[in-house]
Write a protein that binds this ligand. Sequence first.
Ligand code: NAP
Length: 309
Amino acid sequence: MRVAEIDVAEPGQNQVRLKQHAAGLNFIDIYYRSGLYQAPLPHGLGMEGAGEVEAVGPGVKGLKEGDRVAYASGPLGAYSGAYLISADRVVKLPASIGFEQGAAMMLKGLTVQYLFRQTYRLQGRETVLFHAAAGGVGLIACQWARALGVKLIGTVSSPEKANLAREHGAWATIDYTKEDVVARVLELTGGTKVPVVYDGVGKDTWEQSLDCLEPRGLMVSFGSSSGPVTGVNLSILAQKGSLFVTRPTLATHLTPRGRYEDSARELFQMVTSGKIRIEVTRRYRFEEAAKAHEDLAGRRTTGSCVIIP
Ligand SMILES: NC(=O)c1ccc[n+]([C@@H]2O[C@H](COP(=O)([O-])OP(=O)(O)OC[C@H]3O[C@@H](n4cnc5c(N)ncnc54)[C@H](OP(=O)(O)O)[C@@H]3O)[C@@H](O)[C@H]2O)c1
């Protein structure tokens, strides 16, 4: 990874150029940097951010210079100071949500929105298992679960992260580096296990996640912070109780545009009503992006971090 200066063009058809105020730091940035996800090199990094519209291309409707906007899944390069993006990929930020908060919540918050409201629509009485509960997606998930009346059991790797997850609304926590996750889930649920597991850790937790599910439960494998899940023999789903499995991505949940707007509206309501607080736990300068990646990959961050272009 290195800092480079490039010229940013005038916005083309249906594009806007943003003066960026902050970009979100996400695990997907690591997948692109490491090559787990591939894009032609050289390329920028970052897909989440917030800023002001500074130029509007032909054909753009509903946006003008000076508008405050944010986005969840833009083209690679969100860490930069100036950024070209399709107008239909951004949403206007409510006045009460700051740029850093916007950059810290769009990708992660809309992920929790689809996981909890679309992939497995939580009703408010369930007990669920959520891995890496003190992370960026995790701390938003803890708060969203509390707001819904859902008992979220969160896994974490340290007592500090356990406290943080509980402060944000996790009903219980399990230190998966020391405790037997399946045994603890059985204990916490009185032997019934859970109807859904949200697993962004991947390789290391895959099999124990399946063992935490009720018969016909849903395994939502939505990330690979420990490495990707590969080589699955489908019969394992039969052996472990007619389980369902899905491997969803945010991008599929942001189209058509109406779905993106509805989800963003729901997320903004959760934040502006105070049910979810978005705290920026760390700020990195653009030049410190490599350090930001090392910290995130090294499990040293909690909650949402931002990069300031
Ligand atoms: N599919 C989608 O639509 C979508 C969208 C957004 C994010 N995601 C996924 O959601 C997950 C969380 O993303 P995030 O950006 O909020 O990251 P994050 O949760 O802030 O950071 C990753 C966390 O994973 C845990 N972890 C467990 N094993 C690890 C290992 N071997 N190496 C590094 N970390 C490990 C760590 O928490 P502990 O120390 O507590 O174990 C770490 O803090 C990622 O897998 C990401 O790809 C998926």
